[in-house]
Design a protein around this ligand. Structure first.
Ligand code: NAD
Length: 288
């Protein structure tokens, strides 16, 4: 039911998955919290999600690992992404923190490991050695694909020209109010698949009257129309919800299609930089 996209290294990725940012409680990896995360993620897996997006900085890898183990679903049927924490950019920390993620997730191999942020104003602006260390993990047999997140065109150009290693994925903020055209175009130019984070703009686009009108004619919800817009643009997405009915709604987007005109009307909602919700990757320098 869920389409797969083939990455530039030949590996398939399910185009729709489940996001875990702020799956409660966030960034506090206690056993009690792991239990709560596991219950939400296990429900998502039961409903049919087969692609889970987590991160070291979400503090919930242990709960995701617990859900995977309890689900009884074969490892090769589930696609797992985690991301390098902002405090772990030094090459030795890359390798060590990857091993720690694998322990928390209780996995013997990971599908995708992303550099969460380029952090160009930290570590003397050096994210190239971080990238080299991440690419070095590909030979370990424990990692299938390596990619980046929040990379602007200049960041992408720099790692590709310095190392020759093209990321499989660039996970960036994209939704109807922030099309993020420059980063999307640079990713496409390098053959890097786009993953759209906050595909629903963290809920901000759900009150939009243009999308609501399209939803009415489609017989679908506003959220489903927005998610369908991403699918037709070729983005991988992983909307997040703690509620079963919304989890189901977000999966149910493959029995209708938006017309070219409807796609264009949603494209036209772009507000440029003003529409950005998250931090600007050119200046973001947060270390938890
Ligand atoms: P999102 O756009 O998925 O929106 C989530 C919000 O929308 C929640 O409040 C949820 O309750 C609501 N929602 C979800 N489905 C709905 C529906 N059908 N109807 C009405 N409301 C609905 O935002 P997000 O969680 O920020 O992004 C998704 C995922 O992207 C995250 O969980 C995370 O995995 C990833 N992410 C990555 C980065 C990064 O820097 N790489 C940053 C932010 C998010």
């Amino acid at each position: 039911m869920i389409p797969t996209i083939t990455l530039n290294n030949g590996t398939p990725i399910p185009q729709l998955g489940f996001g875990t940012l702020k799956i409660p409680p966030d960034r506090a990896p206690t056993p009690e919290n792991a239990r709560k995360t596991a219950d939400v993620v296990r429900l998502a897996l039961q409903i049919g999600y087969r692609h889970i997006d987590t991160a070291q900085m979400y503090g919930n890898e242990m709960g995701v690992g617990l859900a995977l183990a309890e689900s009884g679903i074969a490892r090769d049927e589930i696609y797992i992404t985690t991301k390098l924490g902002n405090a772990k950019h030094r090459p030795d920390d890359v390798r060590h923190s990857f091993d720690q993620s694998m322990e928390r997730l209780d996995l013997d191999h990971l599908d995708l490991f992303l550099m969460h942020w380029p952090l160009p104003t930290l570590y003397d602006g050096d994210f190239v050695s971080t990238w080299q260390a991440m690419a070095g993990l590909l030979g370990s047999g424990k990692l299938r694909s390596v990619g980046v997140s929040n990379f602007q065109p200049a960041h992408l150009d720099r790692i590709v020209s310095a190392t020759g290693v093209v990321p499989a994925v660039n996970q960036i903020e994209v939704h109807p109010y922030f099309r993020n055209d420059a980063a999307r175009a640079a990713s496409a130019r390098h053959g890097v698949m786009i993953e759209a984070w906050s595909p629903l703009g963290q809920g901000t686009v759900l009150q939009d009257s243009v999308i609501a009108a399209i939803a009415r004619t489609s017989g679908k919800s506003v959220a489903q129309v927005v998610l369908r817009w991403h699918i037709q643009h070729g983005h991988a997405i992983f909307p997040k919800s703690n509620h079963e009915e919304r989890m189901r709604e977000n999966l149910d987007i493959f029995d209708f299609a938006l017309s070219t005109g409807e796609m264009a009307r949603i494209d036209a909602l772009d507000r440029g930089e003003v529409g950005r919700i998250g931090p600007n990757p050119d200046t973001f320098a947060w270390i938890p």
